[in-house]
Write a protein that binds this ligand. Structure first.
Ligand SMILES: Cc1ncc(COP(=O)(O)O)c(C=O)c1O
Length: 442
């Protein structure tokens, strides 16, 4: 279990009295990372681009950040970790890097519960980019159960065939809260029989981990995922860094998404031939978000410290390799805490007559977010009223536009509350009772 009382002390936003309950969009920054940013700001230089002590020290910290990020998801090495600006850019990177491998008759299977970031790139590929080259590829969408919020695995299975190059699925829905069964989805992708250029006969699996990595332990090795993407601004770090994990053999075969500086091998540029850098730098064109990368890795270290021994810096700012057992335990504590928060939230929200609550009824089947609608109130009005009562929520489609249309919502919108490690039961009670007050005046 989490010691929320201790954790809250490290968050200036919480100490300022805010009830931060829009965490599925972005989380808040702890004081340790703010201090670290200040410290780094007076001693950094660019990475891989200087001989000064400052440049070499920054390069060391920057490269160490890749080690931490790899260890967090049990990736075999830093060669598997490519950093982009966010989840969206990481998914686009996969799309552009695989672009030249698609053949007429291929398909991509994704789902109705995706964030637009894991649907629109595939839509763009199939409807706008490949047709310009005379290549016809279909984008297929698997359904989910409107009542339980669970992915329809039978339907997914029926869509995947021996022309499915890629199955793209979210690890957890940012609208329904549903945690998807990654193992089962992987089995479906594995059995497709699609002949990849490497000779492998199966579909690749891309998991959108934006709502998964901050809340649930993900072991990319054990799950044997091909591509896993997430953003650090949803797990305590500042904005600006997202990660792509990919299997090394895939990255070796893939084209770079961005071309330019640092992704080329030293000296290997001539008018007729360019040689690429080794992994992961082959995919790191131009000066990266250096400070953001260092802070993102430290946000992982801090998250584990918070979840296991808040106030004690065992991993934060140390060289200690992340022990897989500690990552597992820390993430299990976070999941358990979120289950408790969701139990409370669902209890209160379910007592509001007429309220439609989306997603699984069982709190252990969901992450710590809950979206709802009331037939008599606009979700935007609910969110505005919540704001007046000091509760931060989000109304809209949360970029899960397909799913909102799937429910035939007009406008395609719902109101969502989402919690994280610094929220306690009191926050949840206040937020959900405020919803009740707005809707029932009780
Ligand atoms: C499931 C899911 N995928 C993708 C994204 C996009 O993340 P980003 O805006 O960091 O690219 C989000 C953000 O809310 C999300 O919840």
């Amino acid at each position: 279990m989490l010691n929320t009382n201790k954790i809250r002390k490290f968050f200036p936003a919480i100490k300022a009295g805010r009830i931060v309950s829009n965490n599925a969009a972005s989380t808040q920054i702890p004081v340790q990372l703010l201090d670290l940013l200040k410290k780094l700001s007076v001693k950094y230089d660019n990475v891989h681009r200087g001989q000064s002590d400052a440049s070499m020290a920054t390069t060391k910290e920057f490269e160490a950040a890749y080690e931490t990020i790899a260890q967090f998801i049990n990736a075999p090495s830093v060669k598997n970790i490519i950093l982009y600006r966010n989840t969206t850019e990481a998914i686009n990177a996969v799309m552009y890097s695989l672009l030249t491998e698609f053949k007429t008759g291929d398909n991509v299977v994704t789902t109705f519960m995706e964030h637009n970031s894991n649907y629109v790139p595939w839509y763009g590929l199939c409807k706008e980019i490949l047709p310009k080259f005379g290549i016809k590829v279909e984008c297929r969408l698997a359904k989910f159960d409107k009542n339980t919020g669970e992915l329809d695995l039978e339907h997914l299975k029926s869509l995947v065939d021996n022309r499915t190059k890629l199955v793209c699925c979210t690890g957890a829905s940012n609208f329904l809260g549903t945690k998807n069964p990654i193992k089962k989805i992987k089995e479906i992708a594995d059995l497709s029989g699609y002949k990849q250029p490497s000779g492998e006969k199966r579909s690749y699996l891309l998991i959108d981990g934006a709502q998964t990595a901050p809340n649930i332990f993900i072991d990319v090795k054990a799950l044997d995922i091909d591509f896993f993407v997430w953003s650090f601004h949803k797990m305590l770090a500042p904005f600006g860094v997202g990660a792509l994990y990919a299997k090394e053999k895939l990255l070796l075969g893939m084209k770079p998404f961005l071309y330019g500086g640092d992704m080329i091998a030293d000296g290997q540029v001539t008018p007729t031939k360019v040689g690429y850098n080794v992994l992961p730098w082959k995919f790191t064109a131009g000066t990266p978000n250096i400070l953001g990368t260092i802070l993102s890795a430290q946000s992982i270290r801090l998250l584990i410290d918070f979840a296991l021994w808040p106030g004690k810096n065992v991993y934060f700012m140390s060289d200690k390799k992340l022990a897989l057992a500690d990552v597992k335990k820390a993430m299990a504590n976070i999941s358990e805490h979120e289950k408790d928060l969701m139990t409370e939230a669902l209890n209160i929200l379910q007592s509001i007559e007429g309220l439609n609550i989306y997603g699984p009824k069982n709190p252990s089947k969901r992450t710590s977010l809950v979206a709802f609608n009331h037939p008599q109130f606009s979700p935007f009005k609910i969110a505005e009223n919540l704001n007046k009562m000091g509760i931060e929520s989000r109304a809209g489609c949360h970029c899960a536009t397909l799913a909102h249309h799937y429910y035939k919502l007009n406008p395609p919108a719902s109101c969502r509350l989402s919690f994280y490690i610094y929220n306690d039961l009191n926050d949840v009670k206040k937020a959900c009772l405020a919803v009740k007050k707005i809707l029932t005046n009780k």
